[in-house]
Design a protein around this ligand. Sequence first.
Ligand code: ASP
Length: 307
Amino acid sequence: MSDVVTFSWGADEASWSIVIHGGAGAVPMEARARHVEGCKLAAIAGAAILRGGGSALDAAQRAVELLEDDPVFNAGTGAALNTSGEIELDAALMDGSLRAGAVCALPPFVSPIKIARAVLDEGVHVLYAAAGAEAFAKEHGFVRTTTEAMTSAAARAQFVTMKQSGKGSEGWAGGTVGAVARDSSGHVAAATSTGGTFMKQPGRVGDAPLLGAGTYADDEAGACSNTGHGESVMKLCMSKTAIEWLRQDMHPEDAARAAVAVLARRANGSGGIILVDRRGRLGLARTTDTMSFAAMSNQHAEPICGS
Ligand code: ASP
């Protein structure tokens, strides 16, 4: 694990802003530019919605949809495989009025975040799991696909290597995706989507779809998406913890740094976090070697990117 790394983009309050992450992990040097490029395109797409007066919810969802479709990320197509060689997907979407939708242990569907949005829009339940999530998705017009169709060559190769080594999952793919945004009406939203950890046990659910753990949004404070070792993140309710710091007016950069520091100190976990507060200020931190990201606001003509 590296030290806590944070980024500063030299902008403070913004009428609209968005920041994307492409997962905490250890992406090899030669693949980093590709991960950053994916985040950049997602940030541009989200920013276009926000610039046109669209909602933070639509912007965060759209950004994550693009990343789910990009096979380099561990979300949607390209998701990590579990010990049975199957894909089980987790995703959540929440807006600052406390509307939320999530799915977990979802069998192969190309865009879990769209299904999470249908859950949010229906407004009856918040989280559907496994067969229940599949039934919900089908009832709402989504079509199940196959693990084969959604598995990237890299995910398959990782699975084969780990099976041969006989090792369980200790790390993760470095490609969970998330977005947080604030729109010009002052609303915030958060979205997170993942295939979870490589070689997870069937039925294992991570932090991403759990409100307050991997994903949270509250217009009175801000919005948060986490990535990293899900078992550690959920024990600390890391998103809600960081959001409470924003509520007390801590700068998102400080809250992000503090959140990953607590993750390391209390749970011996590593990961990363992105934050936007109710004033549009952004924060981001990681303890891992890499976390690709891209950010834009009404004060930036071009995305600010890195890993
Ligand atoms: N947090 C995710 C999980 O544990 C993995 C990740 O962020 O890479 O499912």
